[in-house]
Design a protein around this ligand. Sequence first.
Ligand code: APR
Length: 241
Amino acid sequence: MVLKYKFVKPYQKILILTGAGISAESGIPTFRDPGGVWEKYDLNEVATPEGFHKNPKLVHEFYNQRRKELLKVRPNPAHLALAELEKGYSGEVLVVTQNVDDLHERAGSKRVIHIHGELLKVRCELCGRVFQETGEVFPHTPCPTCGRPGGLRPHVVWFGETPFHLEEVYEALLQCDLFVAIGTSGTVYPAAGFVEVARRSGAYCVEINLKPAENAPLFHEHRYGPASQVVPEWVREMLEG
Ligand code: APR
């Protein structure tokens, strides 16, 4: 089959996938780099439904700590540049993030989809309500809506669970003419497969990363370096046309 790329500048629809690397320079550790989160914690214990069932106290403590750390950090120039792009670019800009932090929103991005959930949200499995939470949660904290204890869990997607908003994301992947992945290792699916969907539907695909991701060969263009430098440079080029 001969593919016809639809990339003609200016792009009409830009989809930007972000991962832990974009928040690294804000002070939030990534997962798989040396010293990353999964070197310090066993993901089976703190990031699976089974782990939560076995030891909810440990899992709540892990997320309470991460929530506390998130409140101390700020968006870096890469988050700010993406917000500038959304404001200043002639086409549509959508950020799809695997990150559970709120740094894109704090930087000013308006169109952000969190496929792995949000750290500053908690949900009650007894009544289904999702609510904002900046403080600590414990296994017996009562739900602010239904009042029952024992149902609260972090509103994050754990291994073995289905990411959020996938229908909307695949629709956007089929329509985008530029796909950019920033600071993600390309190891966790379905996000690692988004580039393939975008590329097959004719989008030009750019990887921005510290070093080549697992799925790097699927991208047309690569820009390697710290996100706080490379992303603002790329955004400047985009806005200058
Ligand atoms: N600038 C750009 N990229 C960076 C930087 C930086 N300053 N620092 C690290 N990186 C890159 C790394 O080279 C790596 O490719 O960011 C990527 C981080 O990869 P991971 O730690 O695997 O994070 P991510 O891809 O977001 O993980 C996906 O895995 O554990 C789950 O749910 C978690 O959403 C997460 C998912």
